[in-house]
Design a binder for this molecule. Structure first.
Ligand SMILES: Nc1nc2c(ncn2[C@@H]2O[C@H](COP(=O)(O)OP(=O)(O)OP(=O)(O)O)[C@@H](O)[C@H]2O)c(=O)[nH]1
Ligand SMILES: [Mg+2]
Length: 217
């Protein structure tokens, strides 16, 4: 009689839950909408996300159809319900900061990640894929691109300012952040121009499949 394997093979993972966190106005909603709509996306006027909401996107990964459930959240943590019920069952995190505003990188990302780890009952934080997105990458400095005049800095000028966060700083942050977790990855992306947005979300989903199928320990 053939012996049964000690552990049955895991069922393939079809539904993947991604959670997008980051400070106010870093571009979380815009990145998600760019991922959903591709080249049909146009930048809407800013409308803050209230609390949390989710969208679905169907993709084919590793030759199988899968559904990504992507949770968009408010950058204002006070809007999160105290029990953080929507953190339950999250397979991977997408942490977003604005490359032109260093205040939205560390320690803001530390705060969002700590809040997640404190509430999510994550079975093993070493096996949680975390994709960091530095948004507004590679865009022209708007103040340079226009008149080049100097003077009192307006909000829009500060938003179009120089890149403030270097790749090496983010990679160093990723390496040290959760002991034993090698599943941090960094993408420089732009919701406005579309660069690397798909790469970042699909990397998160693929990393979930790697973990689920035991390719990462
Ligand atoms: N130039 C540029 N502007 C962007 C980009 N992504 C977002 N924005 C703008 O930044 C502002 C905030 O974008 P949202 O996507 O609403 O930011 P959010 O992180 O969802 O904000 P909250 O929901 O309030 O937490 C909007 O005015 C966007 O048009 C980008 O890649 N480039
Ligand atoms: Mg939003």
């Amino acid at each position: 009689m053939p012996s049964r394997p000690l552990t049955p093979p895991k069922r393939d993972k079809v539904n993947i839950k991604l959670m997008v966190l980051g400070d106010l106005r870093v571009g979380k909603t815009s990145l998600i909408q760019r991922f959903l709509r591709g080249s049909a996306f146009t930048m809407p006027k800013y409308k803050p996300t209230y609390a949390a909401d989710f969208v679905h996107k169907n993709v084919v990964l590793r030759d199988k159809p899968r559904t990504l459930q992507i949770w968009d959240t408010s950058g204002n943590e006070r809007q999160r319900a105290p029990d953080r019920a929507f953190f339950k069952g999250v397979d991977a995190l997408v942490l977003v900061f604005d490359q032109r505003r260093a205040s939205t990188f560390a320690p803001a990302l530390d705060r969002h990640l700590d809040d997640f780890l404190a509430h999510a009952a994550c079975p093993d934080p070493r096996l949680l894929p975390v994709v960091v997105i530095g948004n507004r990458a590679g865009e022209k400095n708007e103040s340079e691109a226009t008149s080049g005049t100097t003077g009192k800095q307006s909000e829009s000028e500060s938003e179009g300012g120089e890149r403030e966060v270097r790749r090496s700083e983010v990679e160093a942050w990723c390496r040290g952040r959760v002991e034993g977790n090698r599943l941090f990855a960094y993408f420089e992306a732009s919701a406005k121009e579309g660069a690397h947005v798909d790469d970042a979300f699909l990397h998160a989903a693929n990393a979930v499949l790697d973990v689920h199928h035991g390719a990462v320990h």
